[in-house]
Write a protein that binds this ligand. Sequence first.
Ligand code: LLP
Length: 451
Amino acid sequence: MRPFISLKSIEERINGKGLEIDAVPLAQILDLDKTPVYVTSLNAVSQRLNKYKEALSIHFKQNEIFYAMKANFAAPILNTVSKENFGIDIVSIGEWRKALASGIHPNKVCFAGVGKKESEWKEAILGGLGNLSVEHLTELTEILDFLSEEKKLNSIAQKKLVVSLRLNPAVEVDTHPHLKTGALNSKFGVLFEHFCNWLNAKKMQFKNEELFLNWINPLKGIHVHIGSQLTENSIFPLVARKVLDCAQFMFENKIFVQHIDFGGGLGVGQNGVPENGEDIFSHVHFVCNAFKQESKKYPKLLSIWNDDFSNLFVCMEPGRSIVASSTIFLTKVLYEKRNSVENIFCYVDGAMNDFPRPSIYGAVHHAELVNYDNMNLSKNDLNIFSWNIVGPVCESGDFLAKNALLPQIHKGDVIAFFEAGAYCRSMASQYNLRELPSEIFVRDGNITDIF
Ligand code: LLP
């Protein structure tokens, strides 16, 4: 299922009548002659954002959803995020600048990212950044040193800044190896024992407790993000315990955690997402309930957060689950070729650099033939074949689908790939000096933007 996308029966897929997205008929999109093109329903994006907010607000009065813009940084999406007053999760100074240009308040930005440059975090901090997630203890030391200097200089910026420790909880999750971010072999975050050693050493170095507490004061949060495209969340009670152990250790050192960020990660399957956002609700409820349940074992922490957690700010940073199913990728058939019965190829005008997830991660995106160019189909044309859908790039890794089950394909037909909103256009490149794919945004029956 895909909210705001309706796919018609196979017999209807002629003359652009095969699909509607946010009440815009495919015909209107094909008339623009923009393939390969991404088409996005902005209502679908809004609906999913609001589901997150609704679900998280049930559990925590103080909360924020930071949309992870790495999933899709198209201006109409960021404008939607901004207009609806959501926050943004960024990982580079380029994303910071783009978020601000889209009207996001700096205080509603969360800057995570492994290997930030000093110039990057300084620019963001001085620009009024609200939340900074630190992934290395040297980075943490440098940032705290900088903030204490700035304090002396009476700068305004750092006053509202919350610095969080990105904890590496050293847990394994079931996803593509490139998408795991919370395991022992992961480059992300800081291990608990490393943080403990660092803190003890820093205390010794400062000698004077008041000076130390003053220096460490901006550190008020803990952040975890264990991976992306997670299809089950049974690891979360353990992750919650690791976060709570860290918060408890901080408490014992007079550092009072006020901010917890559970990251993103909710996966999206090949069939899309439920119309009513049920997947978001159950994920958020599971994570929050696991955390609340585990918190009962930490009375000291509850004494600062209150039993109803009204003194704790909780946030999440979803990317994929907001945008994946809002978007289709449309590509036009150029021709076909049959090397053998098993090896049949459909050449399209989109390539691995336009739609990279299949070639990079072996990801499977559901494909449908959504417009027949030839209206006089014979019965045989509806037989199903196993197609390798390939693009014009000069390498064999250039495929959009392997063994996609589709009927006979003809030149000029249009194929749609679904769940194309996350990490597709944002990862597109100009390899082979191809132009970047076009983008069309729609809402309430209107095309709002064309790029
Ligand atoms: N927060 C942090 C710190 C992250 O690293 C990520 C994703 C997110 C939030 C958002 O995660 P999501 O809700 O989207 O799963 N290119 C890959 C995905 C890389 C994800 C990187 N980090 C793909 O195409 O599957």
